[in-house]
Ligand binder design. Sequence first.
Ligand code: ADP
Length: 755
Amino acid sequence: MSQSEDTIAPTNSLTNHDRKAIHLPGSIQPHGVLLVLSNELEILQVSHNTQEYLGREPEDLLGQPLSYLFDARQTETIKHSFTKKIGTTTGVKVTIMTLIGERYFESIAHRTADALILELELIDSRSELSFLSFQAWASEAIATMQNTSNLREFLHLVAEEVQKITGFDRVMVYQFDQQQAGSVIAEVKRDNLSPYLGLHYPATDIPEPARELYKRCWLRFIPDLTAQSVKLIPTENPITHQPLDLSYSVLRSFGSCCAEYHQNMGVAAVLVISLIQEQQLWGLISCHHQTPKYISYEVRKMCELLGQIVSSELANKISHSEWDYKVKLKSLQSELLASISQADNFIDALIKPEIRLLDLVSASGAAVCLDHEITLVGETPNIAQVRALVEWANNQVSDNLFSTDSLPQLNPRAVAFKDAASGLLLLRISQVRRYYILWFRPEVIQIVNWAGNPNDSIQFEADGSITLCPRKSFEQWQETVRLTSLPWQPSELESALALKNAIVGIVLSKADELAKINLELERSNRELASFAYAASHDLKEPLRGIYNFSTVLLEDYAEILDDEGVECLQTVVSLSVRMETLINALLRLSQLGQAQLRLEITDLNELLNQVIEVFRASRQNSQLINIRVPRPLPTMQCYQVLVNEVFSNLIGNAFKYNDKVERWVEIGYLDADQHLLDQTSVTPVFYIRDNGIGIPEHHLETIFRLFKRLHSQEKYGGGAGAGLAIVKKIIELHEGQIWVESSLTVGSTFYFTLE
Ligand code: ADP
């Protein structure tokens, strides 16, 4: 397994039998010596094993200058190695004349914040790897790897190369998932070893501090997990009085937990190479050997370089497939946005075709919720469930974008619809209104093969704390994961957010446009009304002149005109009378648009009685006028004088356009369940029904136009043809509606509402 780090996490929630910070172990592995130097190159601390490697006791070395061990040229080279930035290690081959003879070392130097660290590993001078052979290997390996397009194939090749250069029994490539659990996605091994390919390892196997170190150093090497660590002398840096930071040390010792973990797996040597993507630990190349195994610093450097190449190539390989997907999502997005911006109703544009809305985030269902109106697309929970989900999200989710691949774990009620929505991606479009788009993904039952029971490493203590300890068994352990969907990808979340921004943009700009049009309309309406008023008002004066002069002519000059001349003058008089009627109607209509009106609570029965009274008073045969009011009318807020005009006009017409001997008119209102328009409306729908001549079907709308009459002037008492236009205008001022139903020769019913 990938775990090679020393201890298990000393996080807040966890306790363990080794709580030391893993970068401050105060000891090293025994395959080299470590010297801590001051900036002046004085030896401050050494590992306890100097006698074995350098033939000198630690006490001999402490306080000595570096030149005590190295000649002037080598001292200068080493000094130069420390000039690099913190954490950068530099290897230089050195020769030391020890009391036990001349010895060759790889000297590996680096700086920490407060010390210079020099680590020496013995080398065989003849086994040097030439730069040329390294370069030849590297360019061939890189070329082969670059030629693969498939990520798994690529990583398999990487594992092969690493095995070739290190000679380890098993080389595996791990990838971490979002929960930090690792799975083996490539493996090269000796035939006699059982495969680990496809196995998963819990996140607890590599605690956070260890992950942090993997991010900082590309390589971790433990050649012998059974070896005893070697203490530093003195334990603390004598200048800073702090334990030595060994984060970047190649010899840093390992914890017992780490040793036990690997020994339980039958592993004696470990080499781990980090794979890093966008500063995050993407995965590891982990090498196991069944027996202790040392590899030179040079080979390790090659592995480190390989890790870096793989990491950057990884970005290409991943981004290639991600790129294709992103391009697909982008083109869907722009298609969708184009239709939304052109559509009058953006919901229609969103859900037609349905598949586009789903494909935008690779979902199998979606719900578009605009306040209480919910539209479902594809596989979804039912309307009531979606409504409850929106309610839940409204209380629980504060972000505009929220996603989960395990909704039932967050909202237990979601278990009921796990088949449609174990995964939820929720987009809030408006903060003010409840505008949401929800996308759903079904439950995908997964069988996860763990390398051992992942819970084995967690022990619950009596005091409620948790202890992590190495797992004993790595026998394959299967877990069935339920109530989860496929995870939402970052590009899908981006796609959803882009949609929100676009909708908000489009809706806002549409609202802006509408507001502008409304203003413009209001302005032109006002202008038109004042024009109509001015025009009709001014027309009346010359008209009166025409009328007066015509009547003067008729009265005083009739005898000098012949019959035809008199007839012409009479026509001028009657036409000017008619014209005045028309102008008055126009004036009335234009006044309606301009008047400052006040709504009043009105008992419509009283109002109707007044109308009927005036009506009867103006008729001679009022006994023939049968007006029925089946039940009292309600009391409503309205513009009293105008509603009076509505009733007068409609009742007047009801008798006017009636040729029956017994004429009647009925005035009433419909109950809510009788409403023809809208079942949920509570506004009364008034009606005025007559037994008159009726109106042809194709004129049911045109009669409301100004000056529209269906008959000649001589018939049915004449008229300006403006009454219904005025009535309609009054109804509109109340934000109501008016319409008519009619049957020729049987009668008509005018309906209207006053909102
Ligand atoms: P006017 O009555 O001055 O002609 P209106 O605007 O009141 O103007 O009516 C327009 C036309 O609608 C009338 O000319 C008539 O043909 C028709 N009309 C109105 N009310 C009725 C009704 N109750 N029955 C039949 N026809 C009607």
